[in-house]
Design a protein. Sequence first.
Length: 255
Amino acid sequence: MTITDTHTHLYSDAFDEDRSSMIQRAVDAGVSRFFIPAIDSTYTEAMLQLEADFPNKVFLMTGLHPTSVKENYLEELAHVEDLLAKRSFYAIGEIGIDLYWDTSTLEIQKKAFKHQIQLAKKYKLPIVIHCREAFDEIFEVLEEEKCEDLFGIFHCFTGTIEHAKLAISYNMKLGIGGVVTFKNGKIDQFLHQIDLKHIVLETDSPYLAPTPFRGKRNESSYIIKVLEKLSELYKQPQEKIAEITTQNSKDVFNI
Protein backbone atom coordinates (compact mmCIF):
# COMPACT_ATOMS: atom_id res chain seq x y z
CA MET A 1 0.00 0.00 0.00
CA THR A 2 1.46 3.34 -1.10
CA ILE A 3 0.23 6.43 0.72
CA THR A 4 1.00 10.08 0.03
CA ASP A 5 0.97 12.75 2.74
CA THR A 6 0.24 15.83 0.65
CA HIS A 7 0.80 18.30 3.48
CA THR A 8 3.25 17.90 6.36
CA HIS A 9 5.56 20.39 8.10
CA LEU A 10 8.42 17.94 8.64
CA TYR A 11 10.84 20.82 9.26
CA SER A 12 8.89 21.91 12.35
CA ASP A 13 10.90 22.16 15.55
CA ALA A 14 8.31 19.80 17.05
CA PHE A 15 10.29 17.04 15.29
CA ASP A 16 13.79 18.19 16.21
CA GLU A 17 14.30 15.37 18.72
CA ASP A 18 13.15 12.47 16.56
CA ARG A 19 12.72 13.58 12.94
CA SER A 20 14.44 10.59 11.32
CA SER A 21 12.65 7.98 13.42
CA MET A 22 9.32 9.79 12.96
CA ILE A 23 9.74 9.73 9.19
CA GLN A 24 10.77 6.07 9.33
CA ARG A 25 7.58 5.24 11.24
CA ALA A 26 5.61 6.84 8.44
CA VAL A 27 7.57 4.92 5.79
CA ASP A 28 6.94 1.70 7.71
CA ALA A 29 3.21 2.55 7.70
CA GLY A 30 3.26 2.87 3.90
CA VAL A 31 3.83 6.61 3.42
CA SER A 32 6.34 6.97 0.60
CA ARG A 33 5.84 10.61 -0.44
CA PHE A 34 5.85 13.72 1.77
CA PHE A 35 4.89 17.10 0.29
CA ILE A 36 6.22 20.03 2.31
CA PRO A 37 4.43 23.41 2.38
CA ALA A 38 6.32 26.66 2.91
CA ILE A 39 5.52 29.33 5.50
CA ASP A 40 8.02 32.15 4.94
CA SER A 41 11.72 32.79 4.30
CA THR A 42 12.75 31.84 7.84
CA TYR A 43 12.02 28.18 7.03
CA THR A 44 13.68 27.97 3.61
CA GLU A 45 17.03 26.66 4.83
CA ALA A 46 15.40 23.96 6.96
CA MET A 47 13.23 22.87 4.03
CA LEU A 48 16.20 22.59 1.67
CA GLN A 49 18.08 20.57 4.29
CA LEU A 50 15.09 18.27 4.69
CA GLU A 51 15.05 17.63 0.95
CA ALA A 52 18.79 16.85 1.01
CA ASP A 53 18.41 14.49 3.96
CA PHE A 54 15.46 12.55 2.53
CA PRO A 55 15.85 12.47 -1.27
CA ASN A 56 13.04 10.89 -3.31
CA LYS A 57 10.73 11.09 -0.29
CA VAL A 58 10.45 14.82 0.39
CA PHE A 59 8.99 17.20 -2.21
CA LEU A 60 9.04 20.94 -1.59
CA MET A 61 6.59 23.75 -2.20
CA THR A 62 7.37 27.45 -1.98
CA GLY A 63 5.12 30.30 -0.96
CA LEU A 64 4.09 32.78 1.71
CA HIS A 65 1.62 31.57 4.33
CA PRO A 66 -1.20 34.07 4.99
CA THR A 67 -0.34 34.40 8.69
CA SER A 68 3.13 35.51 7.61
CA VAL A 69 1.74 38.29 5.42
CA LYS A 70 2.98 41.29 7.39
CA GLU A 71 4.49 44.70 6.64
CA ASN A 72 7.40 43.04 4.83
CA TYR A 73 5.21 40.88 2.61
CA LEU A 74 6.63 42.34 -0.61
CA GLU A 75 10.12 41.26 0.46
CA GLU A 76 8.80 37.81 1.27
CA LEU A 77 7.10 37.54 -2.12
CA ALA A 78 10.37 38.60 -3.76
CA HIS A 79 12.05 35.72 -1.91
CA VAL A 80 9.48 33.30 -3.33
CA GLU A 81 10.07 34.65 -6.84
CA ASP A 82 13.82 34.36 -6.39
CA LEU A 83 13.51 30.72 -5.36
CA LEU A 84 11.25 29.92 -8.31
CA ALA A 85 13.78 31.46 -10.68
CA LYS A 86 16.60 29.37 -9.23
CA ARG A 87 15.12 25.87 -8.92
CA SER A 88 12.01 23.75 -9.31
CA PHE A 89 9.22 23.24 -6.81
CA TYR A 90 6.12 21.06 -6.87
CA ALA A 91 3.55 23.67 -5.84
CA ILE A 92 2.97 27.20 -4.61
CA GLY A 93 1.78 26.76 -1.05
CA GLU A 94 0.57 27.11 1.39
CA ILE A 95 -1.11 30.33 0.37
CA GLY A 96 -4.50 31.86 0.98
CA ILE A 97 -6.35 33.86 3.61
CA ASP A 98 -6.53 33.45 7.39
CA LEU A 99 -8.95 35.64 9.33
CA TYR A 100 -8.75 33.69 12.58
CA TRP A 101 -5.58 35.31 13.90
CA ASP A 102 -5.64 38.75 12.30
CA THR A 103 -8.37 40.45 10.25
CA SER A 104 -6.44 43.72 9.90
CA THR A 105 -4.20 42.26 7.17
CA LEU A 106 -7.05 41.09 4.92
CA GLU A 107 -6.27 43.43 2.04
CA ILE A 108 -2.57 42.56 1.86
CA GLN A 109 -3.42 38.87 2.35
CA LYS A 110 -5.63 39.12 -0.74
CA LYS A 111 -2.85 40.83 -2.69
CA ALA A 112 -0.31 38.18 -1.67
CA PHE A 113 -2.76 35.38 -2.52
CA LYS A 114 -3.51 36.78 -5.98
CA HIS A 115 0.15 37.42 -6.72
CA GLN A 116 1.09 33.85 -5.82
CA ILE A 117 -1.75 32.43 -7.89
CA GLN A 118 -0.32 34.35 -10.82
CA LEU A 119 3.14 32.91 -10.10
CA ALA A 120 1.61 29.43 -10.10
CA LYS A 121 0.06 30.08 -13.52
CA LYS A 122 3.38 31.42 -14.83
CA TYR A 123 5.28 28.33 -13.68
CA LYS A 124 2.39 25.94 -14.42
CA LEU A 125 2.28 24.77 -10.81
CA PRO A 126 -0.61 23.81 -8.53
CA ILE A 127 -1.56 25.98 -5.58
CA VAL A 128 -2.15 24.68 -2.05
CA ILE A 129 -4.73 26.81 -0.28
CA HIS A 130 -4.88 27.68 3.41
CA CYS A 131 -8.33 28.90 4.42
CA ARG A 132 -9.36 29.73 7.96
CA GLU A 133 -12.61 31.60 8.56
CA ALA A 134 -12.26 32.99 5.05
CA PHE A 135 -14.25 30.86 2.61
CA ASP A 136 -16.06 33.82 1.04
CA GLU A 137 -12.83 35.76 0.61
CA ILE A 138 -10.97 32.76 -0.83
CA PHE A 139 -13.71 32.02 -3.34
CA GLU A 140 -13.88 35.67 -4.34
CA VAL A 141 -10.21 35.56 -5.32
CA LEU A 142 -10.54 32.19 -7.05
CA GLU A 143 -13.44 33.53 -9.09
CA GLU A 144 -11.30 36.46 -10.23
CA GLU A 145 -8.33 34.24 -11.10
CA LYS A 146 -10.09 31.15 -12.46
CA CYS A 147 -8.83 29.61 -15.69
CA GLU A 148 -7.76 26.22 -17.02
CA ASP A 149 -4.27 26.78 -15.62
CA LEU A 150 -5.55 27.25 -12.06
CA PHE A 151 -5.61 23.99 -10.08
CA GLY A 152 -4.41 22.54 -6.82
CA ILE A 153 -5.49 21.46 -3.34
CA PHE A 154 -7.83 23.04 -0.81
CA HIS A 155 -5.70 22.07 2.18
CA CYS A 156 -7.25 20.99 5.49
CA PHE A 157 -10.76 21.20 4.09
CA THR A 158 -13.28 21.96 6.86
CA GLY A 159 -16.18 23.51 4.97
CA THR A 160 -19.69 22.45 4.03
CA ILE A 161 -20.67 20.26 1.10
CA GLU A 162 -21.50 23.47 -0.78
CA HIS A 163 -17.97 24.74 -0.11
CA ALA A 164 -16.60 21.39 -1.25
CA LYS A 165 -18.48 21.49 -4.55
CA LEU A 166 -17.42 25.08 -5.16
CA ALA A 167 -13.77 24.28 -4.45
CA ILE A 168 -13.95 21.35 -6.87
CA SER A 169 -15.45 23.64 -9.51
CA TYR A 170 -12.19 25.65 -9.37
CA ASN A 171 -10.13 22.52 -10.12
CA MET A 172 -9.21 21.94 -6.48
CA LYS A 173 -8.79 18.60 -4.76
CA LEU A 174 -9.87 18.47 -1.13
CA GLY A 175 -7.08 17.83 1.37
CA ILE A 176 -8.54 15.57 4.04
CA GLY A 177 -6.75 15.06 7.34
CA GLY A 178 -7.39 14.51 11.03
CA VAL A 179 -10.51 16.69 11.15
CA VAL A 180 -12.48 13.93 9.41
CA THR A 181 -12.00 11.79 12.53
CA PHE A 182 -13.23 14.46 14.99
CA LYS A 183 -16.68 14.05 16.55
CA ASN A 184 -17.41 17.71 15.84
CA GLY A 185 -15.51 17.85 12.54
CA LYS A 186 -18.76 17.67 10.51
CA ILE A 187 -17.13 16.83 7.17
CA ASP A 188 -17.60 13.11 7.92
CA GLN A 189 -21.35 13.69 7.57
CA PHE A 190 -21.17 14.39 3.83
CA LEU A 191 -17.73 13.49 2.55
CA HIS A 192 -18.90 10.15 1.10
CA GLN A 193 -21.04 12.17 -1.32
CA ILE A 194 -17.86 13.59 -2.88
CA ASP A 195 -16.24 11.34 -5.48
CA LEU A 196 -12.88 9.98 -4.32
CA LYS A 197 -11.28 11.38 -7.46
CA HIS A 198 -11.45 14.78 -5.74
CA ILE A 199 -9.74 13.70 -2.49
CA VAL A 200 -6.12 13.66 -1.33
CA LEU A 201 -4.80 12.65 2.09
CA GLU A 202 -2.77 14.86 4.42
CA THR A 203 -1.77 15.19 8.06
CA ASP A 204 -0.72 18.84 8.45
CA SER A 205 1.61 17.42 11.08
CA PRO A 206 2.57 18.41 13.71
CA TYR A 207 -0.93 19.94 13.87
CA LEU A 208 -4.46 18.46 13.92
CA ALA A 209 -3.66 14.91 15.04
CA PRO A 210 -6.52 12.51 14.28
CA THR A 211 -8.50 10.66 16.89
CA PRO A 212 -7.29 8.90 19.10
CA PHE A 213 -4.24 11.19 19.17
CA ARG A 214 -6.19 14.46 19.12
CA GLY A 215 -4.47 17.15 21.16
CA LYS A 216 -1.07 15.51 20.82
CA ARG A 217 1.70 16.08 18.29
CA ASN A 218 0.63 14.84 14.90
CA GLU A 219 2.98 12.89 12.64
CA SER A 220 2.78 11.43 9.15
CA SER A 221 2.31 7.83 10.29
CA TYR A 222 -1.04 8.88 11.79
CA ILE A 223 -2.36 9.31 8.26
CA ILE A 224 -3.42 5.67 8.67
CA LYS A 225 -6.20 6.88 10.98
CA VAL A 226 -7.44 9.20 8.23
CA LEU A 227 -7.31 6.33 5.76
CA GLU A 228 -9.25 4.09 8.14
CA LYS A 229 -11.97 6.72 8.51
CA LEU A 230 -12.29 7.22 4.75
CA SER A 231 -12.48 3.45 4.30
CA GLU A 232 -15.41 3.45 6.73
CA LEU A 233 -17.14 6.43 5.08
CA TYR A 234 -16.72 5.25 1.49
CA LYS A 235 -17.13 1.54 2.27
CA GLN A 236 -14.00 0.83 0.26
CA PRO A 237 -10.84 -1.11 1.24
CA GLN A 238 -8.03 1.02 2.63
CA GLU A 239 -5.75 -0.17 -0.17
CA LYS A 240 -8.19 1.14 -2.78
CA ILE A 241 -8.48 4.54 -1.13
CA ALA A 242 -4.68 4.77 -0.78
CA GLU A 243 -4.32 3.92 -4.47
CA ILE A 244 -6.89 6.48 -5.65
CA THR A 245 -5.73 9.33 -3.41
CA THR A 246 -2.07 8.76 -4.26
CA GLN A 247 -2.92 8.84 -7.97
CA ASN A 248 -4.83 12.07 -7.33
CA SER A 249 -1.72 13.54 -5.72
CA LYS A 250 0.33 12.50 -8.76
CA ASP A 251 -2.18 14.26 -11.01
CA VAL A 252 -1.83 17.45 -8.96
CA PHE A 253 1.92 17.51 -8.33
CA ASN A 254 2.91 15.91 -11.64
CA ILE A 255 5.19 13.36 -9.96
